[in-house]
Design a protein around this ligand. Sequence first.
Ligand code: NAD
Length: 318
Amino acid sequence: MAHIAVTGGAGFIGSNLVVALAEKGHKVTVVDDLSTGLLSNIDQNLCDFHEISLVDRVGLAKALGSAEFVFHLAARGSVPRSLKNPIATHDVNATGTLNVLEAARESGAHVIFSSSSSVYGRNGVLPKDETMWLAPMTPYAASKLAAEGYMQAYGSAYNVPITLLRFFNVFGPRQRPDHEYAAVLPKWIWKAMRNEPIEVFGDGSQTRDFTYVRTVLDVCMDVIDRRVTHEGAVNLAFGNRISLLETIEMMKKHFPNLDVKFVPTRAGDVKDSQNSPGLLKQLFPDVKPMEFEQALAETVNWLKEYGDTVANGPSVSD
Ligand SMILES: NC(=O)c1ccc[n+]([C@@H]2O[C@H](COP(=O)([O-])OP(=O)(O)OC[C@H]3O[C@@H](n4cnc5c(N)ncnc54)[C@H](O)[C@@H]3O)[C@@H](O)[C@H]2O)c1
């Protein structure tokens, strides 16, 4: 069994990963500043928790200690939030990643990083593969691309083992539905549960390659089990292209009286997103995604049963 650190372990994906790692018997260390993550997501019987910010380079290195793997998931998420405060986004997402890599350079840890499909930005070609040009449209995307650059540089210059995953609209249990910057699916489900109208930015024809969190965990576990490294980015999505209007139709099966309100398009939103999963399948041949409609149903059921545990958390500041 390995010693594994998870930055952002109090957040949505991180807290799911901490449980999965602990269940396999790994020793888990969590680093999180609780800015969007929740203390209630952390079971301190399963992990050793350090409330520290990525920007505290010395404290961070100490907390990561001798971990053999570092899942680096902590970030200032959200495109609109980055438009309001680009410097804070850069400090956490780019410099914070550099701080993680500096710690790994000392300790020899393998770093697994969560980048984002938003790095493609203005590149409208679909589906996306890892050879295509990148053109960030927002400070969030630019900060992720900067972090990708540091990952690759530390891999090349210092032989830090790296796995650079680009996530595409991950959803599922424990994703916060309640704050201003919440992701679309939990936000909609939460509103529908309260019989409030859901808001669609634009005409709803925009598409997303939604990925269930369990699929992300399967890839992460495989990285550990087989020590999968790769010199470049790996897009983590299976090539679904589902429009928001199609998603609304599926939601109506759970919420027949769903009230939909169309509002103007939001700045920085990408119109379409779809991955070409060739490299993902080559590197992780055993990982099979869950079908979207079933994953959506599981997420609805989870929010109905446990939503209160992740809603009404601290507000997310700019
Ligand atoms: N959820 C998605 O659809 C998606 C898509 C693309 C990329 N990602 C990336 O995946 C990672 C995890 O995303 P998530 O959806 O679980 O987000 P999340 O907001 O739920 O989790 C992020 C965690 O990082 C912590 N954090 C933020 N700033 C920090 C700092 N300075 N120091 C320490 N901890 C800090 C937060 O408190 C939170 O617990 C992020 O890097 C995100 O950018 C997510």
